[in-house]
Design a protein around this ligand. Structure first.
Ligand code: MIC
Ligand code: SF4
Length: 641
């Protein structure tokens, strides 16, 4: 029987486990990427493992998240990361060179290879036919050291594309339609594989908009075949030698399928406060808009911004709208400057930002109170923009540009002739802001913002844990550990950043947790969706969180909990969540034995009601990590744990 594309790459990289049997599999990782908000932890962890040089084909350390530099903290992190990259043998993409996923696509991604990144949008490189996955920094540090990456054996969902996009409809509308259909939980445990005659109509940057937002489906990865479009992109990037053709076998089978006729799609928006709250723009048109933000790793390619510049050329941004644009990379920015499109953007009244994540992660450009902000980004979680009461809508660049001109949520099809951008024969290639691996003797620069890593305590056999928080469904890692310009600079300092844990849900959380010393959280489905930030596990661990009992977990966050010694449990009977409330004490006994046997076990309650049945679903490897008090704590630690 033939194989699908995901299975082909999984098979060629499998080092443990069985693709047919389910359970956990382990993969060899060819490339890694880190960014500065998660990278300092990853490199501190790499250092703590006593490894001298990275063992991958290529590891790249990017600076793109924390570039506001309102104090010494960001710059300290940059200096640390630059010295660590040189010493440990990684490439270093300097601040200003661009957003990790955009630059990786342009300069490093290769079809058929595996990529592990300490950022949930690492699957962007799936647009290049690469199996690219997000993970916590510690898992990436292990992969940099040559260790395998473990993940639950994914199902493969085929999205079968037919037809061709109509004028003014774009790749963003395809992924918004998929989010509307499958929801933010719909991709959990799956690789989304794109196929069908519609695939060849999409360029690599368009495909990458789609694979990027597969993260919002909760998918482990998303992937497109490697074909003429891939070759065309690689040739234009001067990397034709990296091309290999790749596609599913004719008789390949899939676990699930979704069919989309591209010609039926219309311009869409995701409404506040979830990327799956999708409707057509026309359903919300005439809503006044105060801010438009164009950029992020989803929609800031050369073609995206060229289309925006054509829409804005010769016109003026509406006086009631603040338009900000952050190009995805220095390559994109210099091409816009070179061909005059930048002048069109400036003349229209757009405000130009650095080629970084910027407003996407609340690093500046928070909108006015109660604003409607239309953004080409991938996440619109409440408060992520930095303005708690803002309503953030996610859209394509075309919709965003139309709103900037009219001051209302606008279906761009009302604007007349659509933009038309030729795919460049050759991108402007200048890798001078990517520093190659340096001298292994390079001293590590450690400013006062770089604090030592806290280690998890060993899991006790018996625990009496008060419920510190009871939460609902789809709790994001932004809820657990918010980002933004005040908190992000503390990513290398766990004692300081832990003060902000669950800050937006309960400003007293850190103080309460410290007073309780040990605690448990109970929650609904998809706990920990969103970002890969391991700070959402590290900081609660530092504050004494020992167990999370949820109806279900997001993949990356569950792995991060285990890596940092927090036991993730799920309910056998989901309705039991209704019986729990904060303050109640849960008793766990014989835990060591319980997590080493596959059976479910019980927690007793101090109100003497019936016990609660729970499951751990840990593999033997994960149970060992928990018993040792987390991955780094394990005395028998090796990169092959
Ligand atoms: C995000 O988009 O939320 C981030 C910031 O890129 C995160 C990583 C982080 O928290 O540092 C992600 O997506 O993993
Ligand atoms: Fe950066 Fe936003 Fe992309 Fe995260 S989603 S990597 S913050 S641009």
């Amino acid at each position: 029987m033939g194989q699908n594309l995901a299975q082909k790459i999984l098979t060629s990289h499998l080092v443990a486990g069985d693709l047919k049997k389910g359970n956990e599999i382990a993969l060899r990782i060819d490339q890694t990427l880190t960014q500065d908000a998660t990278g300092t932890m990853a490199y501190l962890q790499f250092e703590a493992m006593d490894l001298s040089r990275v063992q991958t084909e290529c590891s790249v350390s990017y600076i793109d998240h924390n570039t506001l530099q309102t104090g010494f903290e960001n710059a300290d992190d940059h200096a640390f990361l630059q010295s660590a990259a040189a010493r440990f043998g990684a490439y270093f993409s300097r601040p200003g060179n661009g957003i990790c996923h955009q630059v990786h696509l342009e300069r490093f991604a290769k079809p058929g290879k595996t990529l592990l990144g300490s950022d949930s949008h690492t699957p962007t490189a799936g647009g290049m036919g690469m199996l690219a996955m997000g993970a916590g920094g510690l898992d990436v540090a292990v992969a940099m050291g040559g260790g395998a990456f473990y993940l639950p054996n994914p199902k493969v969902l085929r999205v079968w594309l037919t037809g061709q996009l109509s004028d003014w409809v774009s790749a963003k509308d395809i992924i918004l339609e998929i989010l509307r259909t499958l929801t933010v939980k719909g991709g959990v445990g799956k690789i989304i594989e794109y196929a069908g005659p519609g695939v060849k109509t999409l360029t690599v940057p368009e495909r990458s908009t789609i694979t990027n937002m597969g993260a919002e489906l909760g998918a482990s990865s998303s992937i497109f075949p490697s074909d003429e479009q891939t070759l065309r992109f690689l040739e234009a990037q001067g990397r034709a030698q990296d091309f290999v053709p790749l596609s599913a076998d004719e008789d390949a089978t899939y676990d699930e399928e979704l069919k989309i006729d591209l010609s039926l799609l219309v311009p869409m928006v995701a409404q506040p406060h979830s990327p799956d709250n999708v409707v057509s723009v026309s359903e919300r048109s005439n809503l006044p808009v105060q801010q438009v933000a164009i950029g992020s790793c989803t929609n800031s390619s050369y073609q995206d911004l060229m289309r925006v510049s054509q829409i804005l050329k010769g016109k003026r941004v509406h006086p009631g709208v603040s338009l900000v644009i952050s190009p995805g990379s220095r390559q994109v920015l210099s091409m816009l400057a070179n061909n005059g499109a930048l002048t069109d953007l400036i003349d229209s009244g757009a405000r130009l930002l650095e080629s970084t994540c910027g407003p996407c992660i609340g690093m500046g450009q928070s909108p006015v109170s109660k604003a409607v902000s239309v953004r080409t980004f991938n996440r619109n979680f409440e408060g992520r923009s930095g303005t708690q009461d803002a309503s953030v809508f996610l859209s394509s660049p075309e919709v965003a540009a139309a709103c900037a001109l009219t001051g209302f949520l606008t279906d761009p099809r009302t604007l007349g002739l659509p933009p038309s951008v030729n795919f460049p024969e050759r991108f402007r290639i200048d890798d001078s802001m990517i520093l190659p691996p340096g001298d292994p003797k390079t001293p590590i620069r450690r400013g006062p913002n770089i604090q030592p890593l806290p280690l998890a305590p060993v899991l006790d056999d018996m625990l009496d844990l008060p419920i510190i928080l009871k939460l609902g469904d789809n709790i994001t890692t932004d809820d657990i550990m918010p980002a933004g310009s005040k908190i992000l600079p503390l990513r290398s300092n766990i004692p300081a950043i832990s003060e902000y844990t669950f800050h937006k849900i309960d400003a007293q959380f850190a103080a309460k947790a410290k007073a309780l010393k040990q605690s448990i959280i109970v929650a609904g489905h998809n706990y920990g969706q969103g970002s890969s930030r391991e700070h959402a596990a590290l900081a609660p661990m530092y504050l004494g969180l020992r167990v999370v009992l949820a109806q279900s977990f997001a993949r990356i966050h569950r792995a991060n909990l285990i890596n940092f010694g927090i036991l993730p449990l799920t309910f056998v009977n989901e309705q039991d969540l209704d019986r729990l409330h904060s303050g109640l004490i849960l008793h766990l006994s014989n835990l060591h034995q319980a997590i080493q046997t596959p059976d479910s076990f019980t927690l007793t309650l101090d109100d003497d009601s019936n016990p609660i049945w729970v499951r751990h679903d840990l593999t033997e490897r994960q149970a060992k990590i928990l018993l040792a008090g987390g991955l780094l704590n394990s005395t028998k630690y090796s990169v092959n744990v």
